[in-house]
Design a protein around this ligand. Structure first.
Ligand code: FES
Ligand SMILES: [Fe+2]
Length: 377
């Protein structure tokens, strides 16, 4: 069997990129442990002592808000004999990080403070036994970590991607993500390789088949040619007879405060590599965080963001907006799960094909992916 080559259709990645745990290992090492990686929201850590625990590539990382309000990141590894310091995914550790095993105790800044029977070790240089730090940066209320020793600034990774999608970074800033709050959250355990989910998000060839609610809301998505030549930087319009991007199409929420009238009634979706999707509409923003768990499994966390007063007042029906993208998520993740088992079929050894409307965006993704991964997997 040879790979399908055609002047109209172009090849997908071959099957091993979706089935081989050695490829997944290489992705962890060369992509997720080298690039800025989205781990959660700054407002998940409202006060000193609050922490998040996250898997980043092959490492477990803890993010902790210090008494100076700075969020720091550490490898979740005790310097004594290696126990995990945090055994929960989130919580409040109080004034110090205390190892559950022999109670070595670190400050919220990662410095070793004390250990049982300290008198017997008081000549020890505590400065040598602090926690291993990882780089943390915040962007628009989202926390990102980088395990590389000396990474370039986060904005250097993100801004070119936003500009490639919207053509104008100022347009993105008008959505004011940093000032929004979570009004809905759903976590999904998807039995599929992360790249199947990303490929799906970057084409609308499937929209007419599996997303009846979405194409009712954004009629342009009905066209199987949508996406030919790449995303439209002017956005996709909500149907004229609907009031909003919501399941019923009726619920009216206040427009995000910094948007211009020209931003109204438009939808923009984008992949922010390596593990985030952002979808913009004029009254809310949807942010997906992905955690690739194995070559055939991905955790997805979807959060719906609204202005704080909209979330807190209780005056608005947010579920209608949440339910539209919830449906889309379920439909998309089901589709990825339809494909994953067949990635190992002899019929798919050389992969599949991309139709013209899939080629530009998925092509950009493949180019980024293969270049980040290198050639030697
Ligand atoms: S392993 Fe942490 S105190 Fe011993
Ligand atoms: Fe979809």
């Amino acid at each position: 069997m040879t790979a399908i080559q055609d002047s109209v259709l172009t090849p997908t990645l071959s099957s091993r990129y979706y089935t081989d745990s050695a490829v997944f290992e290489a992705e962890n090492e060369r992509i997720f442990e080298r690039q800025w990686y989205y781990v959660g929201r700054a407002d998940d850590l409202p006060a000193p002592g609050h922490f998040l625990r996250r898997q980043v590539g092959r490492e477990t990382v803890i993010l902790v808000r210090g008494s100076d309000q700075t969020v720091r990141g550490f490898l979740n590894v005790c310097r004594h004999r290696g126990a995990q310091l945090c055994l929960a995914d989130s919580g409040d550790m109080g004034k110090a990080i205390r190892c559950p095993y022999h109670a070595w105790t670190y400050g919220l800044d990662g410095k070793l403070i004390t250990a049982p029977n300290w008198q017997a070790m008081d000549s020890l240089d505590r400065g040598q036994y602090g926690l291993h730090t990882v780089h943390v940066e915040q962007w628009e209320g989202l926390l990102w970590v980088n395990l590389a020793p000396d990474p370039a600034p986060l904005i250097d990774q993100l801004r070119p991607q936003i500009e490639a999608r919207l053509a104008d970074y100022a347009k993105f800033e008008r959505y004011g993500l940093g000032g929004l709050k979570v009004g809905g959250r759903v976590e999904y355990d998807v039995a599929a390789n992360w790249k199947l989910i990303y490929e799906n998000f970057q084409e609308c060839y499937h929209c007419g088949t599996i997303h009846p609610e979405l194409v009712r809301t954004i009629p342009e998505f009905q066209s199987p040619a949508m996406g030919t030549g790449g995303y439209d930087p002017t956005g996709y319009a909500i149907a004229d007879d609907l009031a909003s991007f919501s399941l019923s199409g009726d619920t009216v929420l206040p427009r995000l405060p910094h948007l211009l009238p020209e931003d109204d009634r438009l939808f923009y979706g984008m992949v922010v590599r390596p593990n985030c999707f952002i979808s913009l509409v004029s009254d809310h923003v949807v942010v997906h965080r992905f955690e690739p768990v194995a070559h055939d499994r991905t955790t997805a966390v979807c959060e719906w963001l609204f202005p704080a007063d909209v979330v807190e007042s209780g005056d608005y029906e947010l579920d209608d907006a949440v339910e539209l993208f919830s449906k889309v998520n379920e439909q998309d993740f089901d589709a990825a799960e339809w494909c994953q088992p067949n990635m190992a079929s002899r019929a798919y050894r050389h992969g599949g094909v991309l139709v013209p409307s899939e080629q530009t965006q998925i092509g950009v993704f493949y180019q980024w992916y293969l270049s980040a991964l290198g050639d030697e997997t």
